[in-house]
Structures are given as structure tokens and as C-alpha cells.
Design a protein around this ligand. Structure first.
Ligand SMILES: Nc1nc2c(c(=O)[nH]1)N[C@H]1C(S)=C(S)[C@@H](COP(=O)(O)OP(=O)(O)OC[C@H]3O[C@@H](n4cnc5c(=O)[nH]c(N)nc54)[C@H](O)[C@@H]3O)O[C@H]1N2
Ligand SMILES: Nc1nc2c(c(=O)[nH]1)N[C@H]1C(S)=C(S)[C@@H](COP(=O)(O)OP(=O)(O)OC[C@H]3O[C@@H](n4cnc5c(=O)[nH]c(N)nc54)[C@H](O)[C@@H]3O)O[C@H]1N2
Ligand code: SF4
Ligand SMILES: [Mo]
Length: 676
């Protein structure tokens, strides 16, 4: 069985899976992340592995021409000549938390080491960047402080801005299993929408979108007022409490309840749980991360854990990772400011280490542009080549009208396993091998590394992502920097960069995986990798964007599909009840506008408009919810409506807050019965 084990290519829970002799996907009972469990999505993987794949490199110099097949050699010649013609500053690389660690490491080395620029970012900018900034501020590193095992003896769980029942199902099932074992347990969900997670919770706090910082500050206010703070913990292990409290003093419950449009009593309940539960885990995800106020939201939550000493045996602030290897990408330092081994380009010692390790003259000391900044730089003519690997920006980036203009203008290289919507804008398409066709490592949410083994031949002429970059370097005469024969060679090089670092995996080899880095409790001794060795409180100020329109549009996920659906969208079993593309409205809001369930409506913001079918749900008045990710073939993407403004610290876009108006286009009877 071992030859066929791999990590699920979908969410960050990082379940261990295997493919049995009859080609069916099963959960791996030996794997600590899932103990044999799995959800529905990977079950349908085998059927779609070869559907709609890219099998040959394709090229066209001009975007109004059809593509022709070219050989890999020709593709490398084209790339070499573009990279020689342009200065490295005019190139930009946009990669993904779904790549293997080996892939991200080699691409990062190619850009930051060989080309000598930090013009690289990952789709984690749209995903985990805020959590990374917050964790680093509070604890000095962005490793998750606890592990999944901590679920099994906790008695209080908060899901804030997380629909884990849908987005991290195996983890959520573990929480529900814990609930079945004890009646002394409470689950609370904080979300403007009554999600599946909210429905399965004991309390749903239906917050106004964007206002979490106010609610969480107010909880700190109550903890202080009631004398529920753990001053021994605060004095011994933290700094910055007074300033954080000063900000929280602006939000007594009566004020906060008004801003957040919730009951005062709920703020008190949250405070009580922080003060009185035995062990409390608060999980959060994109409801906190994708906001102009995201880093404050994250840190206002972490403040509560610090104020009540809720770490290790007493609890954990647990950031749920979205993509299967966003954690590995963080270890490799694949954002525009990162370097391998949890290093940063702004740190001179970190640069010196990597310059020596890679044997290069100079690593740029300034972080490169983020992806949204790179889109602007394409439009202004500063960036002229964009190379996209394992992500689908034509659907998933905000302010899509602008993105489409940029994609049409730039020399675009798309390296993907499947034909996706970004390919329509490409000049050069490179076919990548995917899960099951290549070998390498991924790290899940709780720091567990899994070896993904190959179990089939690569499709067509596709190649592993790391190999494409290594071979290009070779054809540029720099094979010396990339002397790898197989993925294991890449891993063995990368792991040396982690020696003595927090994420030390230098002693691990493929044979020993799955294995976790760090202790079960990363900060077991309550010494933190900050300058003072103390954890830091943050004065979490509140801001919110001003948007026009009657409703706040929030966006999120579908239960059985994965983002832009290049794989899951090919399974009718998974699409059932998820098409036609819909928007959730509160029935009272809809009635006021003469809109009935299943009517076709137009949603429009200052940036664009799209059509959707209405589904009624328990969503806060004044809000509508639409899943993002539908490919163009199914619908105009919702991201046409969304602004690319971002949090000032993490530069993560405000993907869950757009002002929109809704008007009825057609009645349900006119559009007929769909699948919903
Ligand atoms: N409005 C709105 N927008 C959002 C979000 C939101 O909540 N709301 N969420 C954001 C978040 S959190 C994320 S993570 C992004 C996700 O957005 P994307 O990253 O754009 O979405 P995916 O569909 O996962 O794209 C992955 C691509 O990689 C390809 N692929 C799969 N395996 C491989 C491989 O091994 N190699 C290569 N080269 N390609 C491969 C797939 O075919 C697919 O084209 O969307 C963001 N956008
Ligand atoms: N089935 C499935 N699972 C996935 C994915 C997928 O595409 N499909 N993608 C994976 C990835 S990359 C990611 S990043 C994760 C994302 O996982 P989640 O963050 O759980 O998913 P979302 O649906 O984007 O957003 C979660 C919730 O945030 C709420 N929300 C919106 N605005 C606010 C706010 O201001 N405050 C609060 N408190 N809540 C708010 C939304 O109503 C939504 O229910 O899922 C991962 N798992
Ligand atoms: S919970 Fe996530 S990692 Fe586990 S099987 Fe489902 S999608 Fe895959
Ligand atoms: Mo994500």
C-alpha cells in the first residue's frame, strides 16, 4: 500500500490517502491528520485525472492567433530568449499553495537566486497572508502553535470566519466526534451566514461582515471588567497588553453590539468561555483573513488567548490553512518577502545565509511586489512577462476586469495540469504533471509533512513543476545551480536550509514521512521567537471599507467543489446542487425587492455585474453570499464585482466585502428547473 500513499490535493487538513488495487481512493489509517477518514471530494479524483489535461507545450507569439504545439526544447528556447530580452525586473512569477514543496523551492530559487529579483508571489496572498502576518507579530513565527490532537480533549471551540464543516470537513468531523464523547462542550460560530458549521454549533453569532475586530475587542473589554484576565500569564510571558486594552476600552458591549448588530449577551458568553472553559481552540479562516482589517481581526483574536493564558494545555488560536501545501510554501518562503527555512529577505543575516547556500552574489533586500501590485505594474508597462504556475488568476483574483486587461497585455506563460480560464490569455502553455504523477512533499495545517508518491505515468508530455524550472536553468547554462535528478535531491537540499530553524526538518528523509516538525506544542516552554522572547499583544484598531450599494456581498466556498473546478467541476456527482451558480439572500430582503426563490437576478457593484439564481437562506439582513470559482463556461465570475484594495500589513485583498445592488431579471418559472 505504501507505494500508493499521498496527501489529498485539496484542503489544508492534509489527509493521508491511498489508491487501492481497484483504483479507488481511501483514507490512510496510519496518517495522523485523518486517521483513515476523508471527505467526498477526493473520492472522485481518479475519474478526472486525465480529463481536459494539457499534454503538450503550446505557443503563439500573438494572442489573436491559434496555438501550435511545440517541443519542450522549443519552449525553453522561447523562454530563454524572453528572459534575456527582458530585465529580471520586468518579469513576474505567480505560484501556488498547491505545489509540492520541491516545486516551490526550485521556482523560488530560480527567481530569488538565479534571476536575483523578488518578483514572485503565491495565491496564498489571497488566502493565508493575513494569518502569517498576525502569527509572526504575536509569536515571532507563523507555525500553528498546537496540533489536531488538541481537539480530542478540548471543551470549547470557536469557529470565526470559518465554515469548517464545508472547507475543512475531516477536521470538523473530529470536533463533532469530541462533542459526542462529552456533554460539557460548546461550539460557537461567528459568521454573517448560517452555514453548515453554524447549524451544527450550539451558538451562532450572526455578525455584520467586516466587524470582527470590534466584537473581539469587546470580549477583551468584558474580560477586563469582570476580572477574568490571567495577569500572571500576561506579566510573565507577554508584552504590549496595556496598549491593546486601551484600544479595547473603546468597545464596551453596548457599543460593540450596535456596530456588529449582535446581542450584548453573546459578547458576554464569549468572554465567559475564554475565562472559564478548560481548553479552548479558536479556529479561523477567510472570514478574518480576506479583509482590509484582516491583521487586526486576527490579532484581536490572538489577544484573547494571551489575555487568558490560553495556549498549550489550555487552548490554541488555530489558523486553518486553505490549500494543501500552503504550509510547505511558507517553509520555503515563497511569498515576495520570504526565503527558505522561515527566513525573510529584509533580514541581512537571512540573506547572507541564503546567498552563501545558493552561491549567488546578491539577494534583493526589498520584498517584491505582491500579485495585486504586479497587475498594476503590468498595466503601467513595468512588468512584461508573467509566469503563472498552478493557479487560475483569470477567475480567482479580485477586480477581474483589470486583471483581464493585464493578462491580455503581458507575455503570459501558464504552467498548469489542465486547460483553465487563464490559458485563454496565454502566449505559452506548459503542461505540468499533477498529483499521482510526481513525487514530493506537502505540509498540512498542523505541520505534518506527507510524502506524495507517484501512482501513474505523467499525462502526455507533462513534467513535474520543479523539473520544468530546473531544465530551463540548465538550458540557460546554469545547470550547476539545479543539479537534481529526482525530487528527493531537491528535498535533501531544501531541508538543509531548515537546520536549527523553528521548522527544522533537516533530519527527516522521505522514508520517515509522515512526520511533524516542531514539538506538539510549538511554544511548549512559552518562549517565543520574538526579540524579547515574549508573545506580543496588538492594539487591534478597527477599519472597514466604504462601499456603495444596498447589500454587502460576501463570497466563499462550495461544499463539493474546489475553487475554479478544473478537477472537481468534471464530476457530475460533485456538481449536483452546486449549479446553477447562485446567490443566497435573506427572504425578507428579497421580498422587499419583489424577488422570489429561484428568480434570476443581476448583482452589480461599482466594478461590474453578473447574473445569479436566488436561493433563500438565513443570512444577515443587508448581506448576500455568493460562491466564487465557477469557470466562465458556467458563469461570469463573481470577482468582477470585487475590489482589489487590501489590508495595509498583509496586503491580502478584501475579498469578502463588496457593496452591491440586486435587481430581478426573470422569474423562476421563466428559467425552468435547474439542479439546485
Ligand atoms: N471572491 C473570492 N475570491 C477568492 C477567494 C474567496 O474566498 N473569494 N479565495 C481566495 C483563495 S483563499 C484562494 S486559495 C484562491 C484559489 O484560487 P486558484 O488558485 O486560482 O484556484 P484553483 O482552482 O485551486 O487553481 C489551481 C490551478 O492549479 C492547477 N493544478 C493542479 N495541480 C497542479 C500541479 O501539480 N501543477 C500545476 N502547474 N498546476 C496544477 C489546476 O488545474 C488549477 O488551474 O482564490 C482566491 N480568490
Ligand atoms: N469544499 C472546499 N473546501 C475548501 C476549498 C474549496 O474551494 N472547496 N478551499 C480551501 C481554501 S484554499 C481555503 S482558503 C479554505 C477557506 O475556508 P473558509 O474560510 O472556511 O471558507 P469561506 O467560505 O471562504 O469563508 C468562510 C466564512 O466566512 C464568512 N465571512 C465572510 N465575511 C465575514 C466576516 O467579516 N466575519 C466573519 N466572522 N465571517 C465572515 C463567510 O460567510 C463564510 O461562511 O477552504 C479550503 N477548503
Ligand atoms: S478534509 Fe480536506 S484534505 Fe481531507 S479529504 Fe477532504 S479535502 Fe482532502
Ligand atoms: Mo485559500
Amino acid at each position: 500500500m505504501e507505494e500508493k500513499t499521498f496527501q489529498c490535493p485539496y484542503c489544508g487538513v492534509g489527509c493521508g490517502l491511498y489508491i487501492d488495487d481497484r483504483g479507488r481512493i481511501k483514507g490512510d489509517f496510519q496518517h495522523p491528520a485523518n486517521l483513515g477518514d476523508l471527505c467526498k471530494k477526493p473520492i472522485y479524483l481518479p475519474k478526472v485525472l486525465d480529463e481536459g489535461r494539457l499534454g503538450k507545450p503550446l505557443y503563439r507569439e500573438s494572442k489573436d492567433r491559434p496555438f501550435s504545439e511545440v517541443s519542450w526544447e522549443e519552449a525553453f528556447t522561447i523562454l530563454k530568449s524572453k528572459l534575456t530580452e527582458l530585465s529580471p525586473k520586468e518579469t513576474y512569477f505567480y505560484i501556488s499553495g498547491q505545489l509540492l514543496t520541491e516545486d516551490s523551492y526550485v521556482i523560488n530559487k530560480f527567481v530569488k537566486g538565479l534571476l536575483g529579483v523578488n518578483n514572485i508571489d503565491a495565491n496564498s496572498r489571497l488566502c493565508m497572508a493575513s494569518a502569517v502576518s498576525a502569527y509572526k507579530y504575536a509569536f515571532g513565527s507563523d507555525g500553528v502553535p498546537c496540533t489536531y490532537e488538541d481537539i480530542d480533549d478540548a471543551d470549547a471551540f470557536i469557529f470565526v470566519g470559518s465554515n469548517a464543516a464545508v472547507s475543512h470537513p475531516v477536521l470538523f468531523k473530529r470536533v463533532l466526534r469530541r462533542r459526542r464523547k462529552t456533554d460539557q462542550m460548546v461550539v460557537i460560530t461567528i459568521d454573517p451566514l448560517e452555514t453548515e458549521t453554524a447549524r451544527k454549533s450550539d451558538l451562532h453569532i450572526q455578525i455584520r461582515a467586516g466587524t470582527d475586530t470590534v466584537l473581539l475587542n469587546s470580549v477583551l473589554y468584558v474580560l477586563h471588567r469582570e476580572g477574568w484576565l490571567d495577569f500572571r500569564f500576561i506579566d510573565t510571558y507577554t508584552e504590549g497588553f496595556d496598549e491593546a486594552l486601551r484600544v479595547a476600552q473603546d468597545f464596551p458591549p453596548e457599543t460593540a453590539a450596535q456596530i456588529c448588530q449582535i446581542k450584548e449577551e453573546d459578547i458576554y458568553i464569549l468572554a465567559k468561555i475564554f475565562a472559564q472553559s478548560r481548553k479552548l481552540i479558536s479556529f479561523w479562516c477567510q472570514g478574518l483573513n480576506q479583509s482590509v482589517n484582516a491583521v487586526s481581526k486576527n490579532l484581536a483574536l490572538i489577544n484573547l488567548h494571551l489575555a487568558t493564558g490560553r495556549l498549550n494545555a489550555k487552548g490554541c488560536p488555530f489558523s486553518l490553512t486553505g490549500q494543501p501545501n500552503a504550509m510547505g510554501g511558507r517553509e520555503v518562503g515563497y511569498l515576495s518577502n520570504g526565503l527558505p527555512g522561515y527566513r525573510d529577505v529584509r533580514n541581512a543575516e537571512d540573506r547572507r545565509f541564503m546567498e552563501h547556500f545558493w552561491n549567488v552574489d546578491r539577494i534583493e533586500p526589498r520584498p517584491g511586489r505582491t500579485i495585486t501590485e504586479a497587475i498594476d505594474a503590468i498595466l503601467s508597462g513595468d512588468v512584461r512577462l508573467l509566469w503563472v504556475v498552478c493557479t487560475n488568476p483569470a477567475v480567482s483574483l479580485p477586480e477581474l476586469d483589470k486583471v483581464k486587461k493585464a493578462l491580455s497585455k503581458v507575455f503570459l506563460v501558464v504552467q498548469d495540469a489542465y486547460w483553465n480560464d487563464t490559458c485563454r490569455f496565454a502566449n505559452l502553455i506548459l503542461p505540468a504533471s499533477q498529483v499521482g504523477e510526481k513525487e514530493g512533499v506537502m505540509t498540512g495545517s498542523d505541520r505534518t509533512l506527507t510524502l506524495c508518491r507517484a501512482f501513474k505515468e505523467p499525462y502526455g508530455d507533462s513534467k513535474p513543476d520543479w523539473l520544468i524550472f530546473a531544465q530551463l536553468a540548465q538550458s540557460m547554462g546554469r545547470g550547476d545551480m539545479f543539479p537534481y535528478e529526482e525530487s528527493r535531491d531537491v528535498f535533501d537540499e531544501f531541508k538543509l536550509t531548515t537546520e536549527g530553524r523553528l521548522c527544522d526538518i533537516s533530519k527527516l528523509s522521505y522514508e520517515e514521512l509522515p512526520a511533524r516538525w516542531g514539538k506538539r506544542w510549538l511554544y511548549e516552554e512559552l518562549k517565543f521567537p520574538t526579540q524579547s522572547s515574549r508573545a506580543r499583544f496588538y492594539p487591534a484598531k478597527f477599519t472597514v471599507a466604504s462601499e456603495r450599494g444596498r447589500f454587502i456581498l460576501i463570497t466563499g466556498r462550495l461544499k463539493n467543489n474546489w475553487h475554479t473546478m478544473t478537477r472537481t467541476g468534471k464530476s457530475p456527482e460533485l456538481l449536483k446542487r452546486e449549479i446553477p451558480p447562485y446567490v443566497i439572500m435573506n427572504p425578507k430582503d428579497a421580498l422587499e425587492l419583489g424577488i422570489g426563490e429561484r428568480d434570476l437576478v443581476k448583482l452589480s457593484s461599482d466594478r461590474g455585474s453578473v447574473e445569479r439564481v436566488v436561493v433563500f437562506g438565513n443570512i444577515k439582513r443587508g448581506h448576500v453570499f455568493a460562491p466564487f470559482g465557477y469557470p466562465y463556461e458556467l458563469a461570469e465570475p463573481i470577482n468582477l464585482l470585487i475590489s482589489d484594495r487590501y489590508d495595509p500589513i498583509s496586503k491580502e485583498p478584501d475579498l469578502k466585502f463588496a457593496g452591491v445592488d440586486v435587481i430581478k431579471l426573470k422569474g423562476a418559472e421563466e428559467i425552468g428547473k435547474g439542479d439546485l
